[in-house]
Design a binder for this molecule. Sequence first.
Ligand SMILES: Cc1ncc(COP(=O)(O)O)c(C=O)c1O
Length: 377
Amino acid sequence: MTKKFINRLDQGLSDLKESHLHREVRLYNNFECNLASNDYFQLRFHPKVIAGARRACEKFGSGSGASPLLSGFLPCHKELLEEIIVWKQKPYGMLFNSGFVANQAILKHLPGKKDLVLADRLIHHSLAQALLSCPAKFKRYSHLDMDELEKLLQKNHENFDTLFVVTESVFSMDGDYPDLKKLVALKHKYPFVLVLDEAHGTGVFGENGGGLAEEMGVLSDVDILIGTLGKSLASMGAYVLSHNQSVIDYLTNVSGEYIYSTFLSPSQVGAALESIKLIKTYDEQRKKIRRISKYVRSQLKQNYQEYESPIIPIFIGDPHKTLNLRDILLKNKILVGAVRPPTVPKETSRLRISLHSDINEESLDILLNLIKTWKKD
Ligand SMILES: Cc1ncc(COP(=O)(O)O)c(C=O)c1O
């Protein structure tokens, strides 16, 4: 390696440090209350989920052994897919190794040169980055702004072969969500392919934990539904579902992300399968998440009062101050995420509280008091 090359990297790193935007992998093991995971029901510790992983591992091996088209697609993958298809009420689907690659595959391969993709300004990096290598043109609309989206649809719907609208259900860094009923009404007026990423809605919303689309009664209007196995399903991997077989067949044939990667391991599959079975019955846990979400939001008196998701941002703005509050909370044995640009827009650095159904409510009061005291200083 040349000195010039390493100097360039070091310069980049020191710029990041100076602006308090440097990141490092840390082993957090000194906390009692974890408010920084996406495991909204703490299922990764559930004996049935662990037993499911063990069973699948013992039966099918520690790895899948190959990519899915070669021989990596095993009976456990088939069983999981069938379970998801029934749960999410879509007849066709496929599994991916992560939500990140599933999103990349969808936006890189499905929109064509003569198409237009309209995407919420705050969509997850896995989608935003894929837009840059998508053959279609794309435009971003202001976050959750259905009026602006309607104007874009009105202006463009006759000029392109196919329009796509891409949004998350529960936004990963803001915990808010679009009015999916309004979105679907727009779809009836100006036909488009609706791509919905339910990474954070799954498990938490809907009578069966099917997600926000289930909750809002619009599942049948979602054309391409993405969900991950790594959040409330306490495993790793993802699925893409559709009511149209061609979408799945096409991705199976052209998506390098799918074709050229060793398929997810049996233990991941076995864990996800058990999590789904449990989550479907988790009415009380879902109610608890909504209740504590409302409580924390009301105590914080910030924006975002009307949402009931487990993700609650505490806006601070300055990245250094954000890290400072994160460290104070950690000293008090509470772990929360500190999120800074470029993950979130400039001047919106924040703590990201991620609630889960096993939380002891006293720790929430400790958290809220610490935040209130810090603000006074
Ligand atoms: C909205 C959203 N989509 C996709 C992903 C990626 O999922 P995975 O962690 O399975 O790669 C994430 C993960 O943070 C996410 O928040």
